[in-house]
Design a protein around this ligand. Structure first.
Ligand code: ARG
Length: 607
């Protein structure tokens, strides 16, 4: 019995491929065809391709399907062993220009060796046409990130969400997805009641004169104190919320004013970190909340529970339900997220919905996902992805605080980063060789780059320790190390006085050639860029891109130690330029720059 498996189109001539080819995906296709033709009667046999370990003996990639297939055969009472299966697959493997050779090894591993001429061609394409994204099926992706709360402190948790969310957007945008960056600001909560009531007392002419509430934090604290101590004030605060939410104009004016002050503060952080995001706070969904509540009521999903209206994820009524309407008739965080997801499906026509918040909110989003599906708002092919992250700790492994025990203001944190990064550059005597402008650029690139990289290079699900000393270290996997590595690579062609035009002209004549073992090793690392990008775009774990960057720079160091690009005589005069190696430097630099750009890290040509 033959399965009517759709055969993938295989690459038959590498001249037709470009720099964006994803090698591991093509190998999967090759082995899918091989396995299907060796075992046509097996339904969905496993096609497992992984990167081989560090030992060159095991090839570059491995197909580990033979063991699984041998199990499937055993279940069908067909006698076999993994080695025999591996040999059968090998015999059926179609020839591919990507593959130099395949060897059966050990208990039935298929070791795959990548073809050199193919790799030379791919890197040559990158040299000629730039770093291009691998092709993907177009989707509209809504990324909800950053999302601080008005009048409250934007804290380190929001900083993580901002950095991770921005980088996720950058990966998806590089792949040419249609990305909508949403700042789901907390701008509609009950805190506005007390803020407005306090504003009315303190600045009665707020409608004509902007009150000096530049320190919203202090303003928030004062009003909170009154709220907790003064019954009368508390009552008035509640009344204010009702008036605000029924859109009374004076209240809207006061509310807008408060939001504006907060927004300006947030914007300072976004500008420094080069973050683009669209403000669309909870208030945006106010009318849509009425609509979604009505819809859920009509469909019979809402149940009464001590005066509240709740919705369960499913019939089993396990865990916790959503609180859709409070006993006083008000809406909640849950209500706004139900309205938001519906808006994102129906109006924004999203295919994929990503939420970036601390891990503590996972249950909330799992519940929103389940309820939205249950209510028919989300369809099967629409994905909700929760991107959770751990908390930020101080060097004492306790909650990140200032020395006096206060929460850390983000602006202060960024300022300290700037100061420390300048100190570091001065310590290295860079202020003596760089112009003031170059020094400033380096200072900012290092400060913001190191804060972002420290966050992104750790597996986001874990808590992470914020340490300027560690992130500014120029050894190890840090932004500083990578930025230095990149400027060093960039300076090689500069010292050889070879322009990009010259290099491209040489490339046209000879192309890239990898003769030395270290060149070949570096080239194979560079070849994996599309594969890493696709992986990150799916699992949204950015630390693999950071690890990859570090791997590139290690492979480059080894190459540069062993292979000189420029030969000089005793007087230091250039006597020989090895263009092919300069080409490899150029491709390395371009891929590193692209990866850093995706991580939101600015690069500098000198530092
Ligand atoms: N404002 C929330 C907070 O500070 C985060 C909002 C996340 N997005 C959402 N759609 N609920 O924790």
């Amino acid at each position: 019995k033959k399965t009517n498996l759709k055969r993938p189109n295989l690459i038959t001539d590498f001249k037709s491929v470009e720099g964006n080819v994803c090698v591991i995906d093509e190998l999967k296709n090759v082995f899918e065809v091989a396995i299907a033709s060796a075992y046509p009667y097996l339904e969905k046999p496993p096609v497992a391709i992984t990167l081989s370990g560090n030992n060159p003996k095991f090839g570059d990639y491995q197909c580990n399907s033979a063991m699984g297939i041998s199990q499937l055969l055993k279940a069908k009472n067909i006698k076999s062993n993994p080695r025999e299966v591996a040999n059968n697959i090998l015999n059926k493997a179609p020839t591919s220009p990507l593959i130099e050779r395949i060897e059966v090894a050990g208990a039935g591993f298929l070791n795959i060796f990548v073809n050199k001429a193919f790799t030379e061609h791919v890197l040559n394409s990158i040299l000629r046409f730039g770093v291009k994204p691998p092709p993907v099926k177009k989707e509209r992706v809504i990324v909800d990130f950053s999302s601080p709360n008005i009048a409250k402190e934007m804290h380190v948790g929001h900083l993580r969400s901002t950095i991770i969310g921005d980088s996720i957007c950058r990966v998806l945008e590089f792949l040419d997805y249609d990305v909508l960056r949403i700042n789901h600001l907390g701008d509609w909560g009950t805190q506005f009641g007390m803020l407005i009531a306090h504003l009315q007392d303190k600045f009665p002419n707020f409608k004509t004169h902007s009150p000096p509430i530049s320190d919203l934090q202090a303003f928030y604290k004062e009003s909170k104190k009154r709220f907790d101590e003064d019954e009368e004030f508390k009552k008035r605060a509640y009344a204010c919320v009702v008036k605000l939410q029924s859109h009374e104009s004076d209240y809207i004016t006061a509310w807008k004013l408060i939001c504006e002050v907060s927004r300006q503060e947030f914007q300072k952080i976004y500008d420094r970190l080069d973050i683009k995001i669209i403000d669309r706070g909870e208030s945006f969904y106010h009318d849509r909340m009425h609509v979604v509540v009505k819809l859920l009521k009509e469909k019979g999903f809402l149940e009464e529970d001590e005066g509240r209206l709740i919705m369960w994820a499913d019939e089993k009524r396990e865990g916790i339900p959503l609180t859709v309407v409070k006993s006083d008739g008000g809406y909640t965080y849950d209500t706004s997220d139900m309205a938001a997801i519906r808006q994102r499906v129906e109006e924004e026509k999203g295919d994929r919905f990503i939420y970036v918040t601390d891990a503590g909110q996972q249950t909330h989003f799992v519940l929103i996902d389940a309820c939205a599906r249950r209510a028919g708002i989300l369809k099967d092919d629409q994905k909700v992805e929760f991107v959770g992250f751990g908390v930020v700790l101080g060097e004492d492994k306790k909650k990140f605080k200032t020395r006096s025990g206060d929460t850390i203001k983000l602006i202060d944190l960024l300022d300290e980063g700037l100061k420390r990064s300048l100190d570091k550059l001065v310590e290295k005597g860079r202020d003596k060789v760089l112009t003031p402008e170059e020094l400033k650029q380096a200072q900012e690139a290092v400060a913001y780059g190191c804060i972002k990289y420290a966050d992104l290079s750790h597996n986001r699900v874990n808590d992470y320790v914020f340490s300027f000393d560690k992130m500014l270290d120029d050894k190890g996997n840090t932004a500083v190390y990578l930025l230095y590595a990149l400027t060093r690579i960039r300076s090689i062609a500069r010292t050889a006085q070879v322009s990009l035009e010259q290099l491209l002209a040489e490339a046209k004549k000879t192309g890239l050639k990898f003769n030395h073992e270290s060149e070949w090793k570096l080239a194979k690392v560079l070849l994996r860029f599309p594969e890493i990008i696709l992986k990150v775009s799916k699992d949204l774990y950015l630390h693999s891109l950071c690890e990859y960057l570090y791997e590139i720079s290690s492979a480059f160091t080894e190459f540069y130690d062993k292979c000189y690009c420029v030969e000089k005589d005793k007087e230091g005069k250039i006597v020989n330029i090895i263009y092919e190696r300069l080409m490899l430097c150029e491709v390395t630099a371009r891929i590193m720059e692209k990866a850093l750009e995706i991580l939101g890290i600015k690069t500098v040509s000198k530092m």
